[in-house]
Write a protein that binds this ligand. Structure first.
Ligand SMILES: C[S@@+](CC[C@H](N)C(=O)[O-])C[C@H]1O[C@@H](n2cnc3c(N)ncnc32)[C@H](O)[C@@H]1O
Ligand code: SF4
Ligand code: SF4
Length: 357
């Protein structure tokens, strides 16, 4: 465990780095939401899949967009993060990703894996998929009820087995969203995943986004949060490839203990996203408000938008809230993540002060 002084020093460096990024952002993660259609209807879905529809971009529109990104910004140091909805529902999926691969983009995907068999896994390898994170949100009955998909757990596990059998991917990860209802299953899930040849397990908390806001029974208590972070820390101390995600400042106790890096909300600094209809936004998880749309790839040149717009994300949220602006952790936390900021009331919806620290 790193000393508190060392963590403070690193966090101070992170602060300086963040200030620099606000002036000179570096695109690293480009999310493509290929569709909002989905074959599951999860209780927590941050994207409201099943309740919303959207136009979709054609293969040619994606190809033109990616050619422009390559021409203006190069493919080097950039990762396409493919998501949805369920991305594999796009029947042109392999044409779109084949085009990205031909252009030289690295890419990874999040998927519910219910549509993956050996043949799909081989096709994913053919079009250059490097990493995949598959959602498993509890033991079988819990997963299926949470995702409102009878048989979903078995199909997802079978999809993971296909990925592992075909092999050749850099990272096959499982992501588990922890809720108040599945938190008691972490040890049993660990035993199951430990028997599989996956590369890592990402354990994240349910976020107050989308449909999750309608399910207070799923929201974690203070004790639940402590349980999650203790669980991840202990597994990591034992050398297990368990990690938390990028969200949230965790205080000096848990920062750098539950993930390989310090907290940094990368929206608009490293991260941009293209919605299913082509809108250019920062992070897909941030509340979808008209004022957050920075352009649309069908009419704007992405590189120009990235360079000249996005100002709304290149600022400190903490300055806009009295509690945050007076907080000792402000320089490390900056008001926490954009995706959990309440823009109506200008306050963080998730703050671990008084919970973890
Ligand atoms: C939007 S889904 C898209 C990919 C695919 N359909 C899936 O479920 O894996 C990407 C990830 O976001 C997670 N997610 C969705 N809503 C969330 C929420 N309210 N809180 C935390 N994670 C959420 C999902 O569980 C999944 O791991
Ligand atoms: S979380 Fe994924 S699988 Fe579940 S409804 Fe949303 S997009 Fe579909
Ligand atoms: S009060 Fe604001 S700045 Fe302080 S820890 Fe909470 S979210 Fe972060």
């Amino acid at each position: 465990m790193l000393s508190v002084d060392m963590k403070k020093k690193h966090l101070q460096q992170m602060r300086e780095y963040r200030s620099k990024l606000m002036k000179e952002p570096k695109l690293r993660n480009l999310f493509l939401e290929l569709t909002l259609r989905c074959n599951e209807r999860c209780l927590h879905c941050g994207s409201w899949c099943g309740d919303v529809t959207s136009e979709e971009l054609s293969v040619d529109q994606y190809r033109t967009f990616l050619e422009q990104v390559k021409e203006d910004m190069t493919t080097e140091g950039k990762m396409l993060c493919i998501t949805g909805g369920e991305p594999l529902l796009r029947k042109e999926f392999f044409d779109i990703m084949g085009a990205a691969h031909e252009l030289g983009f690295s890419w990874g995907m999040t998927s519910n894996a219910t549509l993956i068999d050996d043949s799909v896994a081989r096709d994913l390898q053919r079009v250059g998929m490097g990493t995949i994170s598959v959602s498993i949100d509890g033991l079988e009955d819990t997963h299926d009820a949470f995702r409102r998909t009878p048989g979903g757990y078995k199909k997802a596990m079978s999809g993971i087995e296909s990925l592992l059998r075909v092999g050749g991917f850099e990272n096959v990860q499982i992501t588990t969203v922890v809720t108040h209802q599945n938190i008691g299953q972490l040890d049993e899930l660990y035993k199951i995943f430990n028997e599989m040849d996956i590369d890592s397990w990402r354990v994240i908390n349910i976020e107050p986004m989308g449909r999750a806001k309608q399910h207070p029974e799923l929201i974690l208590t203070k004790e639940d949060y402590q349980t999650i972070f203790e669980f991840i820390r202990n597994k990591r101390i034992a050398g297990e490839p368990v990690t938390y995600g990028c969200s949230h400042y965790l205080g000096l106790e848990y920062e750098r203990e539950v993930r390989d890096w310090y907290y940094l909300c990368t929206a608009g600094l490293y991260t941009a996203s293209i919605t299913a209809s082509g809108d250019i936004i920062a992070c897909l998880d941030i509340e979808r408000r008209p004022e957050f749309v920075q352009g649309n790839i069908l009419k704007d040149r992405f590189s120009e938008v990235w360079k000249n717009k996005f100002q709304i994300f290149r600022r400190d949220l903490a300055d806009e809230n009295e509690n945050c602006s007076k907080c000792f952790h402000k320089d490390y936390c900056h008001g926490d993540a954009y995706h959990s900021w309440d823009f109506d009331n200008n306050k963080p919806l998730v703050c671990f002060k008084d919970i973890l620290f």
